[in-house]
Design a protein. Sequence first.
Length: 129
Amino acid sequence: MEYDYKSLMNKAKEASKMSYSPFSKFAVGACVLTGSGKLYSGCNIENSSFGMTICAERCAIFKAVSEGEKEILAVAIYSPNEDDCYPCGACRQVMFEFQGDNEIKIITEHKGELDIKLMSDFLPFGFKI
Protein backbone atom coordinates (compact mmCIF):
# COMPACT_ATOMS: atom_id res chain seq x y z
CA MET A 1 0.00 0.00 0.00
CA GLU A 2 1.47 3.33 -1.03
CA TYR A 3 0.77 6.20 1.31
CA ASP A 4 1.63 9.86 1.65
CA TYR A 5 4.02 9.53 4.59
CA LYS A 6 4.18 13.32 5.00
CA SER A 7 0.50 13.21 6.04
CA LEU A 8 1.31 10.47 8.52
CA MET A 9 4.11 12.61 9.96
CA ASN A 10 1.80 15.63 10.20
CA LYS A 11 -0.63 13.58 12.27
CA ALA A 12 2.23 12.49 14.53
CA LYS A 13 3.19 16.15 14.98
CA GLU A 14 -0.40 17.00 15.95
CA ALA A 15 -0.45 14.11 18.42
CA SER A 16 2.77 15.34 20.07
CA LYS A 17 0.88 18.47 21.14
CA MET A 18 -1.31 16.27 23.36
CA SER A 19 1.69 14.75 25.18
CA TYR A 20 1.52 14.61 28.96
CA SER A 21 5.21 14.76 29.84
CA PRO A 22 5.62 16.88 33.00
CA PHE A 23 8.64 14.88 34.20
CA SER A 24 10.82 14.46 31.12
CA LYS A 25 9.54 17.50 29.20
CA PHE A 26 10.05 15.27 26.13
CA ALA A 27 6.88 15.30 24.05
CA VAL A 28 6.36 12.57 21.46
CA GLY A 29 3.58 11.89 19.00
CA ALA A 30 3.04 8.89 16.75
CA CYS A 31 0.67 7.89 14.00
CA VAL A 32 0.22 4.35 12.69
CA LEU A 33 -1.09 3.23 9.33
CA THR A 34 -2.91 -0.10 9.56
CA GLY A 35 -3.49 -2.84 7.03
CA SER A 36 -7.06 -1.62 6.54
CA GLY A 37 -5.77 1.86 5.66
CA LYS A 38 -6.99 3.50 8.87
CA LEU A 39 -4.81 5.86 10.91
CA TYR A 40 -4.46 5.93 14.68
CA SER A 41 -2.43 8.49 16.59
CA GLY A 42 -1.13 8.64 20.13
CA CYS A 43 1.16 10.58 22.41
CA ASN A 44 3.42 9.72 25.31
CA ILE A 45 1.71 9.84 28.68
CA GLU A 46 3.90 9.96 31.76
CA ASN A 47 3.02 9.07 35.32
CA SER A 48 4.75 9.73 38.62
CA SER A 49 4.91 5.94 38.93
CA PHE A 50 7.28 5.69 35.97
CA GLY A 51 6.39 2.07 35.14
CA MET A 52 2.89 3.30 34.29
CA THR A 53 4.21 5.60 31.55
CA ILE A 54 3.36 4.75 27.93
CA CYS A 55 5.20 5.78 24.79
CA ALA A 56 3.41 7.45 21.88
CA GLU A 57 4.02 4.51 19.56
CA ARG A 58 2.46 1.95 21.90
CA CYS A 59 -0.41 4.33 22.67
CA ALA A 60 -1.24 4.56 18.95
CA ILE A 61 -0.78 0.84 18.31
CA PHE A 62 -2.90 -0.16 21.30
CA LYS A 63 -5.65 2.18 20.12
CA ALA A 64 -5.55 0.48 16.73
CA VAL A 65 -5.56 -3.03 18.19
CA SER A 66 -8.42 -2.14 20.54
CA GLU A 67 -10.42 -1.21 17.42
CA GLY A 68 -9.77 -4.59 15.79
CA GLU A 69 -6.63 -3.83 13.76
CA LYS A 70 -3.95 -6.51 13.77
CA GLU A 71 -1.54 -5.33 11.06
CA ILE A 72 0.62 -2.22 11.20
CA LEU A 73 2.16 -1.03 7.91
CA ALA A 74 3.90 2.18 9.00
CA VAL A 75 4.60 4.25 12.10
CA ALA A 76 5.52 7.95 12.04
CA ILE A 77 7.25 9.21 15.18
CA TYR A 78 7.85 12.86 16.03
CA SER A 79 9.23 14.91 18.88
CA PRO A 80 9.65 18.68 18.84
CA ASN A 81 12.61 18.04 21.15
CA GLU A 82 14.75 15.94 18.79
CA ASP A 83 15.33 15.07 15.15
CA ASP A 84 15.06 11.37 14.30
CA CYS A 85 13.00 10.37 17.32
CA TYR A 86 13.44 6.59 17.26
CA PRO A 87 11.32 4.00 19.08
CA CYS A 88 12.49 2.45 22.36
CA GLY A 89 13.07 -1.29 22.68
CA ALA A 90 9.61 -2.01 24.11
CA CYS A 91 7.94 -0.15 21.24
CA ARG A 92 10.11 -1.97 18.70
CA GLN A 93 8.95 -5.33 20.03
CA VAL A 94 5.28 -4.26 20.07
CA MET A 95 5.60 -3.03 16.47
CA PHE A 96 7.18 -6.33 15.48
CA GLU A 97 4.26 -8.22 17.05
CA PHE A 98 1.79 -6.50 14.72
CA GLN A 99 3.97 -6.37 11.62
CA GLY A 100 2.01 -8.85 9.53
CA ASP A 101 3.46 -10.04 6.23
CA ASN A 102 4.85 -6.65 5.17
CA GLU A 103 7.80 -5.11 6.97
CA ILE A 104 6.79 -1.99 8.89
CA LYS A 105 8.12 1.34 7.66
CA ILE A 106 9.30 3.60 10.47
CA ILE A 107 9.17 7.28 9.55
CA THR A 108 11.10 9.96 11.40
CA GLU A 109 12.07 13.48 10.46
CA HIS A 110 15.59 14.88 10.21
CA LYS A 111 16.01 18.60 9.54
CA GLY A 112 12.55 18.78 7.98
CA GLU A 113 13.07 15.80 5.66
CA LEU A 114 11.39 12.43 6.12
CA ASP A 115 13.64 9.48 6.88
CA ILE A 116 12.00 6.13 6.12
CA LYS A 117 13.56 2.96 7.48
CA LEU A 118 12.41 -0.64 7.82
CA MET A 119 11.61 -2.52 11.01
CA SER A 120 14.63 -4.78 10.44
CA ASP A 121 16.87 -1.70 10.78
CA PHE A 122 15.68 -1.39 14.39
CA LEU A 123 14.92 -4.94 15.48
CA PRO A 124 16.54 -7.56 13.23
CA PHE A 125 15.63 -10.56 15.41
CA GLY A 126 12.32 -9.68 17.04
CA PHE A 127 10.40 -12.36 18.89
CA LYS A 128 7.23 -13.59 17.22
CA ILE A 129 5.22 -16.78 17.72
